[in-house]
Structures are given as C-alpha cells and as structure tokens.
Ligand binder design. Structure first.
Ligand SMILES: Nc1ncnc2c1ncn2[C@@H]1O[C@H](COP(=O)(O)OP(=O)(O)OP(=O)(O)O)[C@@H](O)[C@H]1O
Ligand SMILES: [Mg+2]
Length: 426
C-alpha cells in the first residue's frame, strides 16, 4: 500500500483519496509562495500543487537547497507571502537555522516547515515561535494545497459557490436545454439559490427557455469587467423562479464576441461568491475562453448524442480535460436523444467504454416533450412532471450537488468501436 502511495506521488497520478480530499478545498488567493527544498520527493509535489487549478492565482517558485539557501536568498530579496522550507536537519539545528532566517524575513510572511522528524516537542516549539505549520515528509500534492489553503483561505469568508459547466460534444445535442432544466430542478428541489449564466452570447437560448427578455445581462458584465461586483451582478440577473435567476445572453449579432481567455473569470468568481450554485451554459466551441472556463469549473458535464462524431469529440474533450485537471474527477457524461426512430446509434455502454466513464444519465429522444417545453418557454418539469425524463433530470441534480452517486450499469462488449475511432484518427 505504502508503495502505491509513494508511486502515485512520484509518477504524478493523483490518488482517489487525494482527489476526494481536494474537492472541498477552495481556490487560494493571489499570493506569492517560495519553496526551498532539499529533496525531489518534496519538491515534486510542491511543483504539482502549483499547477492545480485551485492554486492558479498564486505565484509559486520552487528552489533547491533548504534553509541555508533561503537565508542567502533573502539577504537581498524581499520575502513572499509564504515560504515553504524543507529541512532534514535535526530539531536543534533546525531551530537555529530558522532563528537566523527570521532576521531576514518580513514579519508578515508566513512560514511552513516540512521536516523529517516526527517530534511533538519540536512541533510545539515551532508553532510557538510563529511557524504556521510543521508537516512531516513524505508529503503529497494534496497535502501542500491543503496546508496553503488552510493558511490563506479565510474561514470566515462567505462560502464559495459550486460552478457546474455544461458543454455539448457537438452543436445542437441538447446541452443548453439540459443545463437549464437541471438548474431549475436544483433550485426547486433543494430550495437552493441557483444562477444560470448563458455564455453563448450570440445564439444563447436560456432567455427563450425561461421565457425572459431582460434588458441587461451577461454582455454588460463581460464588456465592463471593471464594474463587476456583487451589487452590479445582482442588477443584471433576471429572476426566473423562486430560487433561480438568469444572466441572459443578448442573443443578438450587433457585436462580435471574440473574448480574451480570462474574459469570464471575474464574472464567474463574483457569481460564485454570491450564490451556492452557478450553472454555466458553455457553447460548443474550443477557444481560449471556453477552455479556461471549463478548466476552472468545479464540475464539467458533457452532453453527447450516440453517434460516432460525438464519441470522437467526447473522447478528445475528456482526455484533454483530464490532462488539464489531473487532480479532479473526470467530466460527467450525459448521452442524450437516444432512440430516434430509424436512426442507427451507438449503444450507451459501447459509447462509454472507450471513454472509461459511466454515463451519469441516458435521456431518450422525446420530441413532443422537448418541443412543447421549448416553444412555450417552460421547463420540462412544468410541462409534464411525471415524465421519466423529468425524473432523470432530477437525478442529475442530485448527483451534481453531491446528494447521490452515479448508478453504475453493466458493461457490454466494445463492438469494434475503438478500432473504428483509431482508424479514423489516422
Ligand atoms: N432528448 C431530447 N429529445 C428531443 N429533443 C431534444 C432533446 N434534447 C434536446 N432537444 C432539442 O434539441 C434542440 C437543441 O437543444 P439545445 O439548444 O439545448 O442544444 P445545444 O447543445 O445547447 O445546442 P447549441 O450547440 O446550439 O448550443 C432543442 O430544440 C431542444 O429542445
Ligand atoms: Mg447551447
């Protein structure tokens, strides 16, 4: 077991325990961190922690050489918000070196020591002398993110809302419709405040689906980021139901929408500070801003229809997002519009197998239900609360808010799909 844990640190694969532990951690603010390490076993997890999305705002630099190097370094350089020091020195020598370092250290800088001695007396002495934390090696990437966030994320601060990004594997697969209905289900089932942000500025349909025509919405926020705060954002929201509001897209072509990669970052940060659930309706695009919006989301839901191009795109999205978010669970998958009469389709199990995912839900093609809802500006649950699709939407709401888990289905054979995919790639 211990071997496994060690390997996962060296190889860079995050253990399921660490992934679970990190889900509750909130993003670290814009702080500077410098680490001085004596071993690769400590330097590597610190480097990896710096790449985690929760540390994206922090500036981290890892130096080799322990406390003596730090002392020399801070002779001439100012100290950062946090210094992480690895030391293999025995307790007495460690305390002496820290005393020397403190002469060159700004009193507002926090210090974390990673030591190799499991010694309660030493721990007490260090905390008494103002060290923020003493961690015993070996350490994992999750340990580092966790210790940094325990020091810098204010426990008194408003809880940060969860952001859930919905994206389609192709255009028109039903991603937006599902996003809106899941948001509505979360707000009505759990009486929890939900904001839906329609990021498809040119063609977004949230205003149609919720039967809203607000004068202002997401465009005002994204075109004047300097004005965004919780009060301004609040003014841009259109109330759709008791606990549901919408940041509507203009859905006009007066302007073009070429955004910088971080165009939505501040809007999303602010919204997350004011509501517990933020549903992001992300259009089917691969641009700097859609990529960075997806990477930063707490949860990603990919909707796909059961055919080959959708499978190819889903595979690419899942692989890319797993690579960009190595310390998060993989995206969740919804297979939509199954059972279209006369249309050949890939069975859900065959679709899921090459992705290595269990679909969160499979939703049948139901043109009457969806068509009526869309044309009347009503939610599916308002049209026909007893329809099995509505129960499926409710289940998705439960899974995405951590109230229940994905039901696993039996796996079937691959049916040569993978071969077909890889042939197509050549
Ligand atoms: N399971 C379903 N059965 C029948 N119709 C559906 C189903 N799911 C979605 N639709 C319909 O498909 C159409 C496209 O849906 P939607 O706009 O949500 O897709 P999208 O993936 O967001 O598309 P876009 O790429 O334009 O953003 C809508 O008319 C919607 O009502
Ligand atoms: Mg859409």
């Amino acid at each position: 077991m211990s071997n496994l844990a060690y390997d996962s640190r060296v190889e860079g694969d995050t253990s399921p325990q660490d992934i679970a532990m990190m889900q509750s951690l909130r993003p670290v603010p814009r702080i500077s961190i410098q680490a001085f390490c004596e071993t690769d076993g400590v330097a590597n997890p610190i480097e990896r922690a710096g790449e985690d999305r929760r540390m994206a705002k922090a500036h981290l630099k890892v130096h080799m050489g322990g406390i003596p190097t730090a002392i020399e370094f801070y002779h001439s350089a100012p100290t950062p918000n946090l210094i992480i020091l690895e030391s293999r020195a025995e307790p007495k020598q460690l305390l002496e070196q820290l005393a020397e370092l403190s002469e060159h250290c700004d009193p507002s800088s926090k210090v974390v020591v990673i030591g190799h001695y499991n010694d309660v007396g030493l721990y007490r002495e260090l905390i008494r002398s103002g060290i923020s934390e003493y961690v015993i090696a070996p350490v994992s990437m999750a340990d580092i993110v966790s210790v940094v966030s325990s020091i810098f994320v204010d426990p008194e601060a408003e809880p940060i809302g969860r952001s859930i990004a919905f994206v389609g594997a192709k255009g028109g697969v039903g991603s937006s419709t599902i996003a809106h209905n899941v948001a509505w289900a979360m707000s009505s089932l759990f009486k929890s405040e939900v904001v839906v942000a329609d990021l498809d500025l040119a063609f977004g349909t949230a205003n149609i689906n919720f039967d809203q025509d607000p004068a202002q919405g997401i465009a005002e926020a994204v075109f004047s980021p300097e004005r965004i705060d919780e009060v301004y954002l609040d003014r841009l929201l259109a109330q759709c139901a008791e606990h549901l509001s919408l940041l509507a897209a203009p859905s006009t072509l007066e302007r073009v929408y070429d955004f910088d990669p971080d165009a939505f970052a501040q809007l999303i940060d602010t919204a997350q500070r004011s509501v517990p659930l933020l549903v992001l309706d992300v259009p089917h695009l691969w641009t700097g801003w859609t990529k960075s919006t997806l990477v930063k989301a707490d949860e990603i839901v990919i909707t796909a229809t059961p055919e080959l191009a959708n499978l190819r795109n889903t595979k690419n999205l899942v692989d890319m997002l797993k690579r960009l978010r190595p310390n998060d669970p993989p995206p969740k998958l919804i297979i939509n519009q199954t059972g279209v009469p006369k249309r050949p389709e890939i069975a859900a199990s065959d679709f899921a197998e090459p992705l290595g995912l269990t679909p969160m839900s499979v939703i049948p093609f139901d043109p009457l239900l969806f068509g009526n809802a869309a044309n009347n500006g009503r939610m599916l649950g308002e049209m026909d609360a007893k329809n099995p699709v509505v129960s499926t939407i409710n289940e998705i709401a439960h899974v995405l808010t951590g109230r229940s888990e994905i039901k696993t289905r039996k796996k079937a054979g691959l049916g040569g799909l993978l071969g077909k995919l890889s042939r197509n790639k050549k």
